[in-house]
Design a protein. Structure first.
Length: 253
């Protein structure tokens, strides 16, 4: 059986306002439905579908109903959806799995489809640099910090989180700023270093960066073809995605 794998990420529902967010949500739901129509055998959502997500004991942030319902409908039909949590939705504590039937991943995973071996994840905190965020992420994942935040009333907690989220985005909505060079890209350097210990990875597929990228990595003597670093961009500016069909990876912009 051949595979048809679909990838998308960084929708950031809720930002910058309800009107803009709703329009993007409708487009993204169309993309999901079209993926099913085209025969998707698996869908990977690489995080940050919400600009903020936190699961209280009995409350989740409102909004995104069309998206959540569509995801549930697809998984109910038997098509698996993998959710790779990002830096804006890392506070998932089981709701997405239990209610939507998705498989949640908190770190990159390795998959092989039709002979193509890929490392897949959101991409935040990988590679050199970005030390400030790496420290912040440890705080966000700290169980005591999560416990204390949960005791804030949702109206207060979500308002604070939305303020912090808004101020964490750089100009143009690009996480890490504009593209300058391969070597200045943390995820590119992560891929280069990773291949030194595992040259079998054919493609690295990430989100987070908000810029569609398809870059050949330095050739390895033990490989006949170079590995590739793919960033699938975002659904704020580029409305981009990627597919693997019959072992061929394509970035769609």
């Amino acid at each position: 059986m051949s595979h048809k794998i679909y990838f998308a990420s960084d929708l950031h529902l809720g930002a910058p306002n309800k009107s803009s967010s709703s329009k993007r949500e409708i487009k993204f739901v169309d993309w999901l439905n079209n993926s099913v129509t085209e025969g998707a055998t698996e869908i990977h959502l690489l995080g940050d579908l919400f600009d903020f997500w936190f699961e209280y004991s009995h409350v989740v942030p409102k909004g995104g109903v069309r998206l959540l319902g569509t995801i549930a409908k697809i998984t109910d039909s038997g098509i698996p959806i993998h959710y790779h949590v990002g830096n804006h939705d890392l506070w998932d504590f089981g709701y997405l799995e239990s209610e939507l039937g998705v498989k949640v991943h908190h770190s990159p995973i390795v998959c092989t489809w039709d002979g193509l071996t890929c490392l897949v994840g959101h991409g935040d905190g990988l590679g050199p640099g970005d030390n400030g965020y790496k420290i912040t992420k440890k705080i966000y994942k700290n169980t005591i910090a999560q416990f204390l935040f949960r005791w804030l009333h949702p109206d207060i907690g979500i308002k604070i989180a939305n303020f912090l989220s808004k101020n964490s985005r750089t100009a143009g909505g690009k996480s890490g700023g504009a593209f300058k060079s391969n070597e200045s890209e943390n995820l590119y350097m992560f891929c280069v270093d990773y291949l030194k210990k595992d040259y079998n990875i054919d493609c690295f597929i990430f989100g987070h960066r908000h810029i569609p990228l398809d870059i050949d990595l330095p050739q390895n003597d033990r490989r006949s073809t170079p590995s590739r670093y793919i960033n699938i961009g975002d659904w704020i500016t580029h409305y981009s995605s990627a597919t693997i069909i019959d072992g061929e990876l394509t970035l769609r912009t």
